[in-house]
Design a protein around this ligand. Structure first.
Ligand code: MSP
Length: 665
């Protein structure tokens, strides 16, 4: 049988695990369990991403070495995976020698093949923030600090720029770095994706990647000088450099398969689950690294959506995270696993609310499947001496139920192959609901009363078989509860056969407490520990999460006269449309009604923090008398006000609704 390899992203070791991380990992676990259950040799990899400046800084602050810090922090992920019953086959940490060895071997190979070259890398360097900023970022921060427009040209002509993070001065610095010839793989990437349309799913995401590949691909900087960032993997041919985030991180999926060598057989069958935020890295970057390494790309990269709270991506930097531990305490691990997979089609975004969770818990788990299994063991206890009754003569109704079992399990199977958990579970629920209806229509209590013991036995046997089938299929989603219920029926392992003669006749059946207990209200513990979500919470940047600016170190501010301020004309504007800039990842192109005859086009550097869709319909504040400027080929007829410097934390909106074009002063 073809092997099956499933991976999750390796999570940043610094972050506390939240529902978003749990989501990908539960999904991968459900798939791994499903394929194991079907006898496919399966390998499931997860792990932690442990290098980089953030880890180095956090460790320094705490007086630890980065390694000590990573050793302490990665355990939080392992502990959560244990609570969530995640059966991974390997947990890779990028600081492990096996990973370092592989990355260095690969770098050496690419170097010898001429895939890597050294070139200057220039930008505005902030010593206080220890990072580079672009022209636009520094110009925007400097304009805010000086209270007047500043262009990139001004910065190169003597105006002292300030660091958007710290407000201290920046300097133009050129350093040499190592680049990977990614541009050389553009055509091959396009051809590969065209030949293997299934390699990026869902289809809409594949089209996005193809869209990205329509513009010329640049080469990729893969190093940092050790003098600036030491917490990385040294380049074997230039040890004064370390390799930089994505090259190090992506390689984990293959470095974990090096030992023992038999693991390598899994690679071509890889299904890689990722959040939509890191799809470009997992396709454009990753596939070209693999081409250069002489390996085939994974069979499929599947990008799922985000869990949102009040419309914003759940993320630590916003503070709107749901803590998985609290949910497990309140509902149990299986309920959380079920909710994550059943609530939203895999690929789409989902709003997380406690009300929705409670509703699903009560309806799907307590009422439907929980009630079914409870009835299946309580009735034999009352009337049949708690044993599995024999299969009797099947009526039309029995055969219909049997047909539903075949149909529902086939639907489950087909949808699991498509990585569509919600549809798979809905398919299975057809059987669960039919099982409950069957009990109602066959009325075993009446059969018992009338003394029709043979028919009573047949009916209850059919019900038990339905429970056996439902909980066997559910074993990949709710493993603990499935184990418990199957054990009550005398089974030590799931049995996926949809026919009604699989249980052992005469085997004892044990009746115990309901498997999912209905709850009347959202558990107190969740209500009181819920984070307060600021109404203007920004969306975290896909690649680099928004961080609140460090303690505001106010840059020296030049004072102006009121007349100067009065020169700036501000008005409210209603966002009519919002799209990504075709030529710049950081920019969005908006059309905004500012009360004039025609809406204005405004180009804003907020793509990292806002999804275009969420801006439509928002009222913003616009500088309406700024000279139009072309930004990457599109003329911007104004500027939006935003808080947070160049790392935009939030665009500004009026406190109360106002008509478009209202004067702001
Ligand atoms: N370390 C990189 C990944 C390197 S993989 C070679 C990284 N780590 S992360 O800790 O930020 O985790 C990213 C992944 O966590 C996302 O791709 C997604 O799988 C999951 N999620 C984090 N927040 C999420 C939501 N709010 N909703 C759904 N999943 C999200 O990026």
């Amino acid at each position: 049988m073809r092997p099956f390899y499933v991976t999750t992203p390796i999570y940043y070791v610094n972050d506390a695990p939240h529902i978003g991380h749990a989501y990908t990992t539960v999904a991968a676990d459900a798939l791994a369990r499903w394929h194991r259950l079907n006898g496919r040799p399966t390998f499931f990899l997860t792990g932690t991403d442990e290098h980089g400046q953030k880890v180095q800084r956090a460790a320094e602050k705490l007086g630890r070495t980065p390694q000590e810090h990573a050793d302490l922090m990665h355990v939080r992920f392992k502990a959560l995976w244990e609570r969530l019953d995640i059966q991974y086959d390997d947990f890779i940490r990028t600081t492990e020698p096996r990973h370092t060895r592989f990355v260095q071997g690969l770098l050496q190979k690419l170097y010898e093949q001429g895939e890597l070259y050294q070139a200057p890398y220039s930008g505005w360097y902030s010593t206080s923030a220890e990072r580079f900023w672009s022209d636009e970022e520094v110009a925007a921060a400097t304009a805010l600090a000086l209270g007047k427009p500043v262009t990139a040209e001004d910065l190169h002509n003597g105006v002292v720029g300030v660091c958007p993070d710290t407000g201290s001065g920046v300097e133009w610095l050129t350093e040499h770095n190592w680049f990977f010839r990614m541009s050389a793989y553009q055509d091959r990437l396009i051809a590969h994706i065209a030949e293997h349309p299934g390699c990026i799913q869902p289809d809409t995401r594949r089209n996005e990647v193809l869209g990205y590949l329509r513009k010329p691909l640049s080469d990729l900087c893969i190093s940092r000088p050790k003098s600036r960032l030491s917490w990385g993997i040294p380049l074997p041919f230039a040890p004064e450099y370390v390799t930089y985030v994505w090259f190090d991180a992506l390689t984990n999926y293959v470095s974990a398969l090096q030992e023992p060598p038999s693991r390598l057989a899994f690679w071509p069958e890889a299904l890689q689950l990722v959040g939509k935020d890191i799809l470009t890295f997992h396709t454009v970057y990753w596939f070209s690294f693999l081409f250069a390494a002489g390996l085939t790309p994974p069979k499929q990269v599947y990008a799922h959506g985000w869990w949102l709270m009040t419309g914003k991506k759940m993320s630590k930097s916003i503070g709107n995270v749901i803590k998985p531990d609290a949910m497990i305490d309140a509902y149990g691990a299986d309920a959380l696993r079920y909710f994550l997979l059943a609530a939203v089609p895999f690929g789409g975004d989902g709003e997380f609310t406690h009300e929705a969770f409670l509703h699903r818990f009560n309806s799907d788990l307590a009422n439907d499947v929980g009630n079914l299994s409870h009835r299946a063991t309580s009735m034999p206890e009352k009337w049949l001496g708690s044993v599995v009754p024999p299969v009797g003569v099947q009526t039309d109704e029995d055969l219909e139920l049997q047909a539903v079992a075949v149909r529902a399990t086939a639907a489950f199977r087909a949808n699991m192959d498509l990585v569509q958990f919600k549809a798979a579970l809905e398919g299975l629920w057809e059987l669960v609901r039919a099982g409950n209806k069957y009990i109602d229509s066959q009325a075993p209590w009446a059969l018992n009363k009338r003394g029709e013991t043979a028919r009573l036995g047949t009916v209850l046997r059919n019900v038990m078989e339905v429970v056996r089938i439902a909980y066997s299929y559910l074993a990949c989603v709710t493993p603990q509860k499935s184990r418990e219920v199957l054990d009550r029926l005398g089974l030590s392992a799931p049995d996926l056969d949809p026919t009604f003669d699989r249980l052992v006749t005469g085997h004892p059946v044990s009746h115990r407490d309901p498997i999912f207990l209905r709850l009347d209200a959202i558990p107190e513990s969740l209500v009181s520990t819920d984070p307060v979500v600021p109404t203007t919470a920004p969306v975290a940047a896909p690649a680099a999460p928004v961080t609140a600016p460090a303690a505001p170190v106010a840059a020296p501010v030049a004072q102006i006269e009121y007349e100067d301020f009065a020169k700036v004309q501000l008005r409210t504007g209603l966002v009519l449309t919002a799209d990504k800039h075709p030529k710049a990842d950081r920019l969005l192109v908006l059309t905004v009604d500012v009360g004039e005859e025609k809406p204005r086009t405004i180009v804003a550097g907020i793509a990292a923090v806002y999804d275009p869709v969420e801006l439509v319909g928002k009222t913003v504040i616009v500088v309406v008398n700024l000279k139009p400027a072309k930004l990457r080929g599109i003329e911007s007829q104004g500027m939006l006000l935003a808080a947070g410097g160049s790392d935009v934390a939030s665009i500004l909106t009026p406190y109360r609704p106002v008509v478009p074009g209202s004067i702001v002063k």
